[in-house]
Ligand binder design. Structure first.
Ligand SMILES: [Zn+2]
Length: 400
């Protein structure tokens, strides 16, 4: 998810240029299955006489095969999160640091530096002086993995691979259509929900939209496409995302009419990245960890109450966020968010609202716009959703 203030930076890119988010373009909604039939096709067995023994045993075999295949979707849903790193660089597992993360170029109060820390996930960029001390105000929604292989001219050569089995749902081959430059989105189906890995700043792409990919399969070559990058800072920008809404395009065209969306529902604003580096490390300790379990450890930083709407898709995409299994007879929904903007929990509420309203924010002595990617603004009791915050919350129930 990118906010207007970090359009050139946070979720959509890894650099400090000041260009706006690019979006629009090839709409690939046809490749976005909300229901996963995946019904296997079976060949009709040749008709055979009932008393023929070999036919009987074939019928039994066929029954077994049909049974096994009919259970396939259930088995597939319970698969574990078996993620691999997308390039040869595995220094994340030996401490991370400068060996793993690509540095950024920082100019803070006239002092230039190249901290690798800026390649991490989170509030790692744009230090700003506040009454509460220095606060890093710019959010980086993924991780920047540095190359291990370059040719004689310094061009990066690292293979980029799918981090898990899935399906390519979006390929952007036009660098100028996004601050991610050339990028790929792969959809993964884990325990009944869809998640989206995103690979940005690629130099070349070796898969097509709609293509199934296997964990570890090469999908691209690392590069430095996208705004404000150069060869020295070549890296793979990797995200693992939740999707906010499949009504994104209509919502976007209402609020950002002058800036065409080239990337359909796979625009970075509609994808909200979780802390993928921490997820890799947590999976090493506990290979059976699920994303709901992982996110259940995240701290709620703010809550927003949404009017009841039949267009509220988040609980359909991610039923595990719902705290109640029954029908909602109450008047609204309260959604809990992490600082990063990742939605964590959805609860029915008695509060009556006609538009999205901030209903809770963690007490902090700093202006909330610095801490929430400009979703919430103000101090203390004056905290409120920003215009952009209200817009983005409307995306969750669009077109209401
Ligand atoms: Zn990045």
């Amino acid at each position: 998810m990118a906010t207007p203030h970090d359009l050139s930076l946070g979720s959509t890119g890894c650099q400090s240029a000041t260009g706006r988010i690019r979006s629009g373009g090839p709409v690939v909604r046809g490749n976005f299955p909300r229901t996963r039939g995946r019904a296997a096709e079976y060949r009709r067995p040749a008709a055979c006489a009932p008393r023929n023994r070999s036919c009987q045993s074939r019928a039994i075999m066929l029954g077994f095969v049909l049974f096994a295949f009919s259970n396939f979707p259930i088995l597939a849903q319970n698969q574990t999160l078996d993620l691999i790193l997308p390039t040869d660089n595995d220094a994340l597992f030996s401490g991370g640091g400068a060996a793993f993360y690509q540095h950024i170029e920082r100019n803070y109060k006239g002092v230039k530096s190249t901290p690798w820390e800026g390649g991490q996930y989170g509030f790692v960029r744009d230090p700003t002086d506040t009454a509460g001390g220095v606060v890093y105000t710019r959010f980086h929604e993924g991780i920047d993995i540095r190359p291990l292989h370059r040719d004689a001219h310094g061009e990066p050569l690292d293979e980029v691979r799918a981090i898990a089995d899935g399906k390519v749902v979006h390929v952007n081959s036009v660098p100028g259509y996004s601050n991610y430059g050339k990028y790929i989105v792969v959809e993964h189906h884990w325990n009944g929900s869809d998640y989206y890995s995103l690979y940005g700043h690629l130099s070349s792409i070796t898969v097509r939209s709609g293509e199934p990919v296997k964990r570890g399969q090469q999908i691209a070559v690392m590069g430095y496409t996208g705004t404000g990058l150069n060869r020295e800072r070549a890296h793979l920008h990797l995200e693992l995302n939740l999707m906010l809404s499949d009504q994104f395009e209509a919502w976007y065209n209402t609020f950002f009419r002058n800036d065409p969306n080239h990337n359909g529902i796979y625009n970075g604003m509609n994808l909200i990245g979780l802390d993928i580096a921490r997820l890799y490390l947590a999976l090493r300790k506990n290979p059976s960890l699920t994303i709901p379990e992982f996110l259940s450890r995240e701290e709620t930083f703010y809550k927003v109450t949404l009017p009841k709407s039949r267009h509220f898709e988040l609980p359909k995409f991610y039923p595990w966020m719902l705290t109640t299994s029954g029908r909602n007879e109450k008047s609204s929904w309260e959604v809990s968010f992490a600082k990063s903007g990742v939605p964590l929990r959805i609860e029915p509420s008695d509060k009556s609202v006609t538009q999205p309203e901030l209903s809770y924010v963690k007490n902090r002595p700093v202006n909330y716009s610095y801490l929430t990617r400009d979703m919430v603004s103000g101090h203390g009791a004056n905290a409120h959703l920003t215009d952009y915050g209200r817009q983005l919350m409307r995306l969750l129930i669009w077109p209401d």
